[in-house]
Design a protein around this ligand. Structure first.
Ligand code: ADE
Ligand code: ZN
Length: 367
């Protein structure tokens, strides 16, 4: 565990950017820079739901209500922050209407990742937020893949897609989606995900069991949001019913020692996003976040942003605040970088290249 740090030991954002790493829990929907959002609204002649300068504050602090009907939210006591936030994502993604606009958003994401020193990213895309693409979800995937291809050719971060179901979707819809993915194997889609508000829907493991089983049998990787607005039971369901290889969030697993043991035994990592949890009201402040207890317990933890643009953050800022809050030193941050590489769904070539780059960087503590 990290020792108490003096001020001089503080890990700064420059050191964090320099660490070769992956990011595995970030939603494309949560990465539109304000300037890109304003450009999309102007291109489409769409009025903003509030003052331009404070759009992201509305997204994270108010109970966002768009003029048009939304699909993503739902409400539930204790997760009001999350449900309003999901409605904001619906409004925002509704501004992406052409393949060129989708490719532009994808390219901008890769550039954003590169500017944080992220060499590889699995990005979650939930097409239900992109309401102009209903019935054309795979065309959306194709447009995004084109943007990621262009970014890759320009030497930017390599990106693959985790295609996300929305927790409130029906069993039949989810199975249709996965059958389509398996039959058409869209480029760069490497995983199936489920996100949305667990509190609003209750337990959904049984509902999605067959969809995830089909994905697994076709070689799609699995990552599941759980233990954010649900308790440990959501994480158990992800493991027992959905064959999850990674848990997105999973922080409330800390409440159940048997679950911690199971995560370790199965080698399942948690894609933790402390700033998101604090801003969206899962924990009251950084100091209350269970991240250090999860690390101490021996669970593989990755450190991620979730939705950095509307949360007003960046990966390097979140890592720096994490280091300062919990007294993590640079070697511990390099452990997070190593875990991000191992937990990623990158192919073996990319993984071994990144392992070497991180080792060459020299910040990893000797074993
Ligand atoms: N979609 C985008 N951000 C999310 C979060 N924090 N939880 C669930 N679904 C999400
Ligand atoms: Zn998430």
């Amino acid at each position: 565990m990290p020792h108490h740090l003096t001020r001089a030991d503080r890990v700064d954002e420059q050191q964090i950017r320099a660490l070769p790493k992956a990011e595995v829990h970030v939603h494309l929907e949560g990465t539109f820079a304000l300037i890109d959002l304003l450009t999309l609204a102007r291109e489409n002649g769409v009025a903003l739901p509030g003052p331009a300068a404070t759009l992201f504050d509305i997204a994270t602090h108010d109970e966002f209500e768009a003029p048009e009907v939304s699909t993503g939210g739902g409400s539930g006591a204790g997760s009001a922050g999350l449900s309003g936030f999901l409605r904001f994502l619906d409004w925002q993604c509704g501004l992406v209407r052409t393949a060129d606009q989708a490719a532009r958003v994808a390219y901008a994401f890769a550039a954003r990742q590169s500017s944080s020193g992220v060499r590889y990213s699995d990005v979650i895309v939930n097409p239900t937020h992109w309401n102009r693409w209903v019935g054309r979800e795979l065309a959306l995937m194709d447009a995004l893949a084109g943007g990621f291809d262009a970014a890759s050719q320009d030497g930017l971060c390599e990106v693959n897609i985790a295609y996300s179901l929305l927790r409130s979707q029906s069993r039949a819809h989810a199975e249709d989606v996965v059958r389509d993915l398996v039959a058409r194997a869209p480029r760069r889609v490497v995983a199936l995900s489920v996100d949305g508000d667990e509190k609003a829907t209750g337990r959904t493991g049984e509902k999605f069991r067959d969809a995830f089983a089909l994905a697994a049998s076709a070689g799609l990787r699995r990552t599941v949001h759980a233990g954010e607005s649900s308790g440990p039971e959501g994480v158990w369901d992800a493991l027992d019913l959905l064959q999850a290889e990674r848990i997105d969030h999973g922080v409330r697993a800390i409440e159940d020692p048997a679950l911690i043991e199971r995560l370790i035994a199965d080698g399942v990592s948690l894609g933790v996003c402390p700033r998101s949890n604090v801003t969206l009201g899962i924990y009251p402040d950084w100091a209350s976040h269970p991240l250090p207890r999860l690390v101490e317990a021996g669970v593989a933890v990755t450190l991620n942003t979730d939705d950095p643009a509307p949360l007003g953050s960046s990966l390097e800022s979140d890592w720096a605040v994490t280091a300062a809050t919990f007294g993590f030193d640079l070697p511990q941050m390099a452990v997070f970088a190593a875990q991000s590489i191992e937990a990623s769904f990158a192919d073996d070539d990319i993984k071994s290249r990144l392992r070497h780059e991180l080792a060459a960087h020299g910040a990893v503590a000797p074993a």
